[in-house]
Design a protein around this ligand. Structure first.
Ligand code: AMP
Ligand code: MN
Ligand code: MN
Length: 323
């Protein structure tokens, strides 16, 4: 299916529930707000849900107040559109319930590990961001974006490319950004809002994480971790740890960076963030072997703890693959 066909398919319906993954990042919320803006401009009814609501670091996005925290009551719409969500259950339990009785699920994503769980699937594993797919979909459909959509598509692309740095960034990515700026985006203000206003507690978190840093396997693997106790003590929000892993990923000689986090003090669940700097170590495949997924160079897992056990298992797997 190409983007024109996808646009035609979507246009058949009148009302939509837009979803994205739990612990949403800029691309998750950005894709929802960008696509929702285009659909609203076509006269469609759009409901925006996210399991965790809109994180505080993204409330500067125009229209972000429309994103509601998911409730488990079934929503009566023609179609669900799941965005940037590598696995069906990553929309979260309440979102799953909300969309359970909706007969049509569109699944639009850029994770190569996506198993095509939708009734209609559009997965472009080469795209650096779901926001970029949405921008191209809007063009293919001859649809329009207003301020909400342009800002949100830009922020989705900017955050998922690490500010246009990661290798999946192409000339097309820069052209889309340039087009959005030509259409009036105040790029300096949006970049400052995205990257230049982090809460103090996030810097305290960095200080703490650096104290747990270990570099092992001849300098090839860097890892740090966060316990639920520290999360409570620093009153952290889930979004606070986003991107911090880039700090240890950037260490000279490091090929794999890992972040291990206890989800909460009353469960054994561990969240793993993995970044690879080499195609020789496929982070997505390693994460999939533990039930997670993602991209070749950036992937994640939710696995059983305790933390030290999860860490030993994952590091052992990387060492085995790196041989
Ligand atoms: P993160 O480390 O949370 O920033 O995630 C890196 C990439 O892997 C993102 O594209 C996520 O959507 C994806 N990802 C993270 N955790 C999982 C998981 N448990 N299952 C599938 N994909 C994941
Ligand atoms: Mn995402
Ligand atoms: Mn994404």
């Amino acid at each position: 299916m190409n983007l024109q066909e996808l646009a035609k398919e979507i246009e058949q319906y009148d009302s939509f529930l837009l979803l994205s993954h739990i612990r949403p990042d800029g691309d998750a919320i950005g894709s929802q707000l960008a696509l929702g803006d285009a659909l609203e401009r076509l006269g469609k009814t759009v409901i925006y849900y996210n399991e965790d609501g809109c994180p505080s670091n993204l409330t500067f996005l125009k229209g972000s107040e429309k994103v509601q925290q998911s409730t488990p009551e079934p929503v009566n719409v023609d179609a669900v559109i799941a965005l940037d969500t590598a696995k069906h259950d990553r929309v979260g339990p309440n979102s799953l319930k909300a969309g359970e009785q909706v007969p049509v699920w569109f699944n639009i994503d850029h994770h190569p590990s996506n198993p095509e769980y939708g009734t209609v699937n559009y997965i472009d594993g080469t795209s650096p961001a779901t926001g970029q797919i949405i921008y191209e979909l809007v063009q293919a459909g001859g649809w329009k974006l207003g301020e909400q959509g342009q800002m949100s598509a830009y922020v989705g692309i900017s955050t998922d490319t690490g500010s246009f740095r990661y290798p999946a960034t192409t000339s097309k990515t820069y052209r889309i950004a340039a087009d959005i700026i030509d259409d009036g985006l105040d790029v300096g203000a949006v970049n400052s809002a995205t990257y230049g206003e982090q809460p103090y507690r996030k810097v305290q978190l960095l200080k703490h994480l650096l104290n747990t840093l270990e570099v092992v396997h001849n300098g090839v693997i860097a890892h740090w971790h966060l316990t639920a106790d520290i999360k409570n003590k620093l009153e952290l929000q889930p979004e606070d740890s986003e991107d911090l892993i880039d700090t240890i990923r950037s260490i000279e000689g490091v090929k794999v960076a890992l972040f291990f986090e206890e989800i909460s003090s009353d469960s054994d669940e561990i969240r793993v963030s993995m970044r690879s700097k080499t195609p020789a170590i496929n982070a997505s495949e390693i994460c999939q072997s533990f039930g997670g997924g993602g991209h070749a160079l950036a992937a994640g897992i939710r696995m059983d703890g305790p933390l030290a056990t999860a860490r030993d298992q994952v590091i052992a797997k990387i060492i085995e693959v790196a041989k």
